[in-house]
Design a protein. Structure first.
Length: 183
């Protein structure tokens, strides 16, 4: 066994023997990880939007968003997803447990209530998850998620990159989905 294998086994065994996170630690880690993801993706999309407009942002997102999410998950020792009931990428389809929370949040918005900053839940798998709502709170988001006509250059690019896209038609303040962090 070489040094690299020994270090890997030591790291894995330390993870297996690690104490479970307390609810407070899950909230802290969930907040940190979800904020880092939103900032990283948002920052990259702003750069793309400024340099090449919505189509450049779309191409960046279609080619890099999942990899950036996976990289952050690996670095943080969590499982991270951006999910929605109106997903652009089928990989981002909400599970039944996530859909239930999204429905609850949508009902809250419909009745004029303010959404919580997060929700901590125990999943049917026994894991815990931290959910952070994603709201359309920036006009820039509406360039790709608002009213996009199918025959526009962006509409055609969306159809090409995401043939089953459901993530348009949003307005300011709408619930776009959530960041789901599992521990």
């Amino acid at each position: 066994m070489n040094l690299r294998s020994s270090c890997s086994l030591l790291f894995i065994s330390s993870l297996l023997m690690a104490e479970p996170l307390t609810p407070e630690q899950m909230v802290q880690k969930g907040t940190e990880v979800s904020t880092a993801l939103v900032q990283k993706l948002g920052g990259e999309l702003k750069i793309q939007m400024l340099s090449g407009g919505p189509i450049a942002a779309l191409h960046f997102c279609s080619q890099n968003a999942l990899n950036l999410t996976d990289q952050l998950a690996k670095e943080s020792g969590t499982s991270i997803k951006r999910v929605s009931t109106k997903n652009r990428n089928p990989v981002n389809t909400a599970s039944s447990e996530e859909q239930a929370v999204l429905s609850q949040w949508q009902a809250m918005l419909n009745s004029g209530e303010t959404l919580p900053a997060y929700k901590l839940v125990k999943l049917s798998t026994g894991q815990s998850a931290y959910y952070k709502p994603i709201l359309i709170n920036n006009e820039t988001c509406l360039k790709c998620h608002g009213d996009v006509t199918e025959d526009s250059p962006l509409g055609k690019a969306l159809q090409e990159s995401y043939p089953d896209d459901k993530a348009t038609g949003y307005k300011m303040g709408d619930l776009r989905g959530m960041v789901s962090v599992s521990f």
